[in-house]
Design a protein around this ligand. Structure first.
Ligand SMILES: [Zn+2]
Length: 288
């Protein structure tokens, strides 16, 4: 499957495509999401997009490289998963040996590390060395259901993609908050009012990340409404009336500014900056 064919998590898919197109591939990614999200499928499509020479950001899904990945026999794509209940130190040691070797086909060795949260502490410490001094060209994609078991030092060296299941009540609540905040920004409401609403999302870093993702998806829908006449790419199709109304009022420059501020806030959160400070700072950047 190509990246663009993924349903849901459009903002993450877009970020992946953008990074391939801009050739700004990081050496480590973490895809986090529960069992209902196809993390492996998304990771494989991302690998295709990175290695495919025919695509522009996304993969062609039909060249030799893409087909080899679909069939699970690409020489430079290495899979690692739990042996029993965990990924052990020895497995990471073996992996390190593998990625030191020159890739067969192109310039990159890519690793998909399934069940990353089952790594033993020793395995994590060993992997950390690779993340700290990455072999040029190597990309490691960690898949995880729950990052609580992963050391902060590992997390801080990965680009983190938190994948959503859209149906959960929790997501609906976050989305409602995001829409409200975006609406307040649009109406030019005073900072203290907006930051009052924001404070509902500063309890922990995860929640703040979810708010950023929801806001980005919302702004994206407002932008898409303008130029996608078939409206196929709209994520929140159940809110079409609201999207139409808000899209008319929301200038493209505001969407652009907001998406930029959201990206910066996301990276601030990943750098462990204070959650409340980060979110307020983001609001200021959008309103300036
Ligand atoms: Zn291809």
């Amino acid at each position: 499957m190509a990246l663009k064919d993924f349903k849901g998590n459009e903002n993450i898919v877009e970020r992946m495509i953008r990074s391939v197109r801009n050739r700004s591939i990081s050496h480590a990614y973490l895809l986090e999401g529960d069992r209902s999200v196809d993390k492996l499928g998304l990771a494989e499509s991302f690998v295709k997009a990175i290695l495919c020479k025919e695509g522009n950001g996304d993969c062609c899904d039909s060249c030799t490289t893409c087909r080899k990945i679909s069939h699970g026999n690409h020489e430079d794509l290495i899979y690692l998963e739990a042996d029993g209940s965990s990924i052990k130190d020895e497995a990471i040691e073996e992996l390190q040996g593998r990625i030191k070797k020159k890739p067969y086909d192109g310039e990159r060795n890519i690793v998909i590390l399934k069940d990353a949260d089952t790594m033993t502490l020793r395995a994590q410490n060993r992997l950390l060395k690779t993340l700290e001094e990455p072999t040029p060209g190597t990309v490691i994609i960690l898949l995880s259901e729950n990052t609580e078991n992963l050391a902060q030092t590992i997390l801080s060296r990965c680009v983190i993609f938190k994948l959503k299941t859209f149906e959960t009540q929790e997501y609906k609540n976050v989305l409602e908050g995001a829409i409200l905040i975006a609406g307040m920004l649009l109406e030019g409401r005073p900072f203290y009012e907006i930051s009052g609403k924001l404070s509902e999302f500063t309890a922990n870093r995860n929640l703040a990340h979810e708010l950023l993702d929801a806001m980005e998806t919302w702004y994206r829908d407002l932008a898409i409404y303008r130029y996608d006449s078939k409206l196929q790419l709209i994520v929140h199709k159940d809110k079409m009336d609201e999207i139409r109304d808000k899209s008319r009022l929301c200038p493209a420059s505001l969407v652009e500014k907001a998406v930029g501020a959201l990206e910066e806030a996301r990276s601030d959160l990943n750098r462990n900056l204070n959650v409340s400070y980060t979110l307020k700072n983001m609001i200021l950047k959008i309103t300036l």
